[in-house]
Design a protein around this ligand. Structure first.
Ligand code: S3P
Length: 435
């Protein structure tokens, strides 16, 4: 059991370099493995989730060297070069690995089984199994559509038109990756914009992807050509420090080289609506993804009604945005965010419970939460093994009156290796609790 203790107070200053983007890291291994030729990746996230994807492709016969200081070299085997793994593929905590791999593996000649840890084993997989079956895949889950997944190889897939019932980049990406192996054209339409790293990276690997409004389309049977990938810093990891600097008086930090893909920047928009002082300096494009240095200075925040269209664009940042809301003047209301209940934990309930334990009025609703800004006391909270909950409460300590103890923090390493060190260097007072 890993427990964090946060000493109250502090302010942030200096440069705060956070690790590589998780979503882009996963996709760089997947597409690099299926490409013809050798792909060089820089800035790869050496967190457990992305490493789960890397190990999965190693288990399917792909030669991958690294990661070493974020550098990975993938010797692509081509679209049909993967080999059957010797045993079932364990994906730890990583929903992205399981959902994207399901699509890819549905098109292979061999059978596979995908398993995960306790949290992943509770996450819904019917959302990918359903459309894959429509394409002709044979895929079985536990009752309720839960992992493990058993995927039968050797099926003939056909392209479909899929209208996604929820805004999910994982479902979209899963169907598109299966579409690479399908006969004809695969078309996915999303109810609201979601992260588009798969589409951008497919194009970077030379695959034709057509985008028209909310629809993305590709034709199966093409090939991927190796390329070099520069993974920007993860805006989802930067978000903890964006909120931290906003709520801690006297703070002024710069987060260098952060990905600011417009399908990911909801956190910036929401914080600015609350009054945050955020500037994007030196904007540039790196390997098909927009990047900037993000400067954040302390500013008093006010509660807001979070606009619906920003919800999918900030979907991973809500735990720490709720901490911002707890430190803001007035009431913040989030709705239309039922997806938060099926993340690594039920992020609505777990955050409502934790904030309430710290003396904040936080009322959960089926599809969101209402938070009344106030004074954070100290206390004990439980992250339920959810990395982003653990890091969100680490940030809350900046404005708490007493220590905050956070239980069950081991999974911080899934998305943010070195969090305690980087946080400490920037001014957060969070450390491992000595038993
Ligand atoms: C991800 C998509 C999001 C996000 C997850 C990573 C991706 O999930 O929450 O952390 O890399 O495609 P959904 O698409 O299910 O919302």
């Amino acid at each position: 059991m890993v427990t964090f203790r946060v000493i109250p107070g502090g302010r942030l200053s200096g440069n705060c370099a956070v690790p590589g983007d998780k979503s882009i890291s996963h996709r760089s291994i997947m597409l690099g493995s299926l490409a013809e030729g050798t792909s060089h990746i820089r800035g790869f996230l050496e967190g457990e989730d992305a490493l789960a994807t890397l190990n999965a492709f190693r288990a399917m016969g792909v030669e991958i060297s690294g990661p070493e200081n974020g550098q990975v070299i993938v010797s692509g085997v081509g679209m049909h070069g993967l080999r059957a793994p010797r045993e079932s593929i364990y994906l730890g905590n990583s929903g992205t690995s399981m959902r994207l791999l399901a699509g890819l593996l549905a098109g292979q000649a061999f059978d596979t089984q995908l398993t995960g840890d306790e949290s992943l084993s509770r996450r819904p997989m019917e959302r990918v199994a359903g459309p894959l079956r429509q394409m002709g895949a044979r895929i079985e889950a536990r009752p309720g559509g839960l992992p493990p997944l058993a995927i039968a190889g050797g099926q003939v897939l056909k392209g479909i038109r899929y209208d996604m019932p929820m805004a999910s980049a994982q479902v979209k990406s899963c169907v598109l990756l299966a579409g690479l192996y399908a006969r004809g054209v695969t078309t996915v339409t999303e109810p609201a914009p979601t992260r588009d790293h798969t589409e951008r990276m497919l194009a970077g690997f030379g695959y034709t992807v057509t985008r028209r409004g909310a629809t993305v389309e590709l034709e199966g049977g093409g090939k991927l050509v190796a390329c070099d990938i520069d993974v920007p810093a993860d805006i989802s990891s930067a978000a903890f420090f964006m909120v931290a600097a906003s709520i801690a008086p006297g703070s002024d930090i710069t987060l260098p080289h952060v990905g600011i893909n417009p399908t990911r920047t909801g956190v910036i928009d929401i914080l600015r609506l609350m009054g945050a002082n955020i500037s994007l300096d030196n904007p540039r494009e790196v390997g098909g993804e927009p990047v900037a240095d993000i400067r954040v200075r302390h500013a008093p925040l006010s509660g807001i009604d979070i606009p619906q269209h920003l919800v999918p664009l900030a979907i991973d940042e809500f735990p720490v945005l709720f901490v911002a809301a707890a430190c803001a003047r007035g009431r913040t209301v989030l709705s239309g965010a039922e997806e938060l209940r099926v993340k690594e934990s039920d992020r609505i309930q777990v955050m409502a419970d934790g904030l309430s334990a710290l003396g904040i009025e936080a009322v959960s609703r089926p599809d969101g939460i209402e938070i009344h800004g106030g004074t954070l006391a100290g206390g004990r909270v439980v992250s339920h093994g959810d990395h982003r909950i653990a890091m969100a409460f680490s940030v809350a300590g900046l404005r708490a009156s007493e220590d905050i103890v956070i239980e069950d923090c081991a999974n911080v390493a899934t998305s943010f290796p070195g969090f305690l060190q980087i946080a400490g260097d920037c001014g957060l007072r969070v450390s491992l609790e000595q038993e």
